[in-house]
Design a protein around this ligand. Structure first.
Ligand SMILES: Nc1ncnc2c1ncn2[C@@H]1O[C@H](COP(=O)(O)OP(=O)(O)OP(=O)(O)O)[C@@H](O)[C@H]1O
Length: 237
């Protein structure tokens, strides 16, 4: 579903944020992306969303080579990807319902469909009863769940998350992870960037570890434990 073949990304200032990164994520996998601040996690996610172009190598998403993606096809490409941000980027001038509806309104869904899909998404994250509220009236964990409902409202095949639990305490972080697992169980492919090593260990899922733009390891956390967690132990943010 997501294929990176020797992908490098050099920004216009000459900085090489990714250096020959290769990996494959199959449809229906749930994978974590970790690494210290500046390791290239956000850059990698931006390449998948076609917000940045690789300077070398190829990125394929759901069979299409993003190097060959015409500009006019970018919106269609992005529609198959839901994105969850650390600071959730909700709009505080409108209700929870309207925040979640936004991607559907932009995509031109008929109003009857919008209502049905928004309520289905809010129901999945347990916030149906708060659809009329302003996001400002919700707790941090609830706001993040609204962000997740917005990311999944048009039923994307792929869900990307950039430090989705960065501002949450461990209990709320676990709840968010449980939600991600539920989406994964119904077939959504997930790639979640997080530098919270403890959280990743508990999930027991595949972890891609970046260091200074290179893919340092690709394994599940138990293996990280037993082989001395190459590049992870003693590695502080
Ligand atoms: N548009 C840009 N122009 C130049 N350099 C950039 C740009 N975006 C990111 N970088 C640099 O590329 C490196 C990787 O950044 P990136 O945001 O991908 O890292 P990250 O692993 O997501 O870190 P963090 O967890 O702090 O967000 C950093 O050194 C950053 O300063």
């Amino acid at each position: 579903m997501i294929h990176f073949d020797r992908v490098a990304k050099r920004y216009s200032n000459g900085f090489e944020a990714l250096k020959s990164v290769s990996f494959d994520i199959a449809a229906g996998e749930m994978v974590f992306l970790t690494g210290h601040s500046g390791a290239g996690k956000s850059t990698l996610l931006k390449l998948i969303m076609a917000m940045e172009q690789p300077s070398r190598g190829q990125v394929l998403v759901n069979g299409s080579n993003l190097n060959r993606l015409a500009d006019r096809h970018i919106p269609l490409h992005r529609r198959q990807i839901g994105v969850v941000f650390q600071n959730h980027q909700l709009l505080f001038d409108r209700s929870v319902f309207d925040n979640v509806a936004l991607p559907l309104v932009i995509a031109g869904f008929p109003p009857s469909d919008v209502g049905r899909r928004v309520r289905a998404a809010l129901d999945k994250v347990g916030l149906l009863h708060k659809e009329a509220r302003n996001p400002l009236e919700l707790s941090g964990g609830e706001q993040q769940r609204v962000g997740i409902a917005r990311a999944v409202v048009n039923k994307p095949k792929i869900l990307l998350a950039d430090e989705p639990t960065g501002n949450l305490d461990p209990e709320l972080s676990a709840e968010i992870m449980e939600l991600f697992r539920q989406f994964n169980e119904v077939g959504v492919t997930l790639l979640i960037a997080s530098h919270d090593i403890e959280l990743l260990r508990r999930q027991q899922k595949r972890v891609l570890a970046l260091r200074e733009g290179e893919l340092l390891s690709d394994q599940v956390p138990t293996a990280l434990h037993s082989d001395g967690a190459k590049g992870h132990r003693g590695h502080h943010e």
